[in-house]
Design a protein around this ligand. Structure first.
Ligand SMILES: [Zn+2]
Length: 365
């Protein structure tokens, strides 16, 4: 995909795109009280809902009204062990390089229903994770780097644009990259920016406060990891980049059919066989999501206490399942293809890491 060569129609296309994206970013904050079912409940709440309205930039689409509830209480467990120190990587292919942008005394894990690759307003896709936090909570640098954006207007690349869906946002160009590509982290919807362009920050430095600027209806931080370019099109799943809580691990899957086509927006249930804690996570939808160069995943579920889990979903009208063990601080990987079913073998050694500059060493004779 040619991601960075915009045509002359870009502005026109962008206007329509932004209008629709506004819907997406609105939706990305609404969850929380919604249980793990297919359809988020949209309900009126006069005390706290926000009206997001077309600014008239695209008259052909007409004005629309979109009511969303404000996030409620945090779901399920309200506790996590401290995170592993960063950078954390048990296998040579892992890259848990980042701390979390919210301190451990608050909810600092992704909202279950607003994960990377989710679709809230078709056909647009969520390019980050949303972390629920109270209005005014400090937003922390997830790693060391240099501030390269601290303003409204990140998506529209128009500094000061209060209509920008990201609201007040900060971008950090990290002091490190991955596989010879530059890493960036993005923090959006701030109520206040506490950083200036050019400033160098360390992990945990406060760069802003949680808010609900931009197209959102409740306070949260929208967090993105970008690799290669500081672009909406170059995001990767932050759940593969943020260090897990100690003793907890991450489930990563690639689910497809017999022909190898990945199954999109498939509801997958992951249940701890001891505690019966159950999670529903959907495989990625179509759109500008990127897949980890090693795992090539279409499903990630982080923050799972170590233990044995049942993984099940419906494939072509029948329920299929397998059991997988989550290990402390590690990735458990599986693939699924229709007829051969589940496979718990790790991916083959990387042969397709992006843009390798240094040629791989020759194998020993
Ligand atoms: Zn979001």
């Amino acid at each position: 995909m040619t991601k960075h060569s915009f045509s002359m129609d870009f502005e026109k296309t962008m206007k329509i795109f932004l209008l629709l994206l506004a819907l997406l970013l609105s939706a990305c904050s609404m969850n929380i009280g919604v249980s793990a079912t297919q359809t988020p409940v949209i309900q009126m709440d006069n005390s706290s809902s926000t009206l997001v309205q077309n600014d008239g930039a695209t008259p052909t689409l007409g004005p629309f009204q979109f009511y969303l509830p404000t996030p409620g209480a945090a779901p399920v467990s309200g506790w996590r062990p401290p995170l592993y120190p960063i950078p954390w990587a048990v296998s040579p292919y892992d890259h848990f390089y980042f701390a979390r942008p919210i301190a451990a005394d608050q909810v600092n894990w992704p909202l279950a229903d607003y994960r990377y690759g989710g679709i809230f307003t078709p056909p647009f896709i969520h390019t980050g994770v949303d972390i629920d936090a109270p209005y005014g909570a400090p937003i922390l640098a997830a790693g060391p780097g240099t501030i390269i954006w601290a303003n409204w207007g990140l998506l529209t690349e128009a500094p000061g644009n209060h209509d920008d869906p990201y609201g007040q946002a900060v971008v950090i160009r990290m002091d490190f990259g991955f596989e010879d590509q530059q890493l960036y982290t993005v923090y959006a919807h701030m109520s206040k920016i506490i950083a200036i362009v050019g400033q160098h920050v360390k992990t945990g430095d406060v760069i802003g406060l949680v808010g609900s600027t931009g197209h959102t209806t409740g306070p949260h931080v929208h967090f993105e990891v970008r690799l290669g370019y500081n672009s909406f099109y170059d995001t990767y799943n932050p759940e593969l980049w943020m260090a897990p809580p100690q003793g907890w691990g991450v489930l990563v899957g690639n689910i497809g059919d017999d022909s190898g086509m990945t199954l999109q927006q498939l509801e997958v249930y992951v249940t701890n066989t001891v505690t019966n804690d159950s999670h529903m996570v959907k495989t990625y939808g179509p759109g500008p999501v990127n897949h980890d160069p090693y795992y090539d995943e279409n499903l990630v579920l982080s923050d799972l206490p170590a233990g044995l889990y049942k993984v099940n979903f419906n494939y072509e009208g029948r329920e299929v399942q397998d059991w997988m063990r989550i290990y402390p601080g590690q990735v458990t990987y599986f693939t699924y293809r229709g007829t051969p079913g589940f496979n718990l073998a790790p991916p083959p050694a990387p042969t397709k890491y992006v843009l390798p500059i240094t040629p791989p060493p020759l194998p020993n004779p």
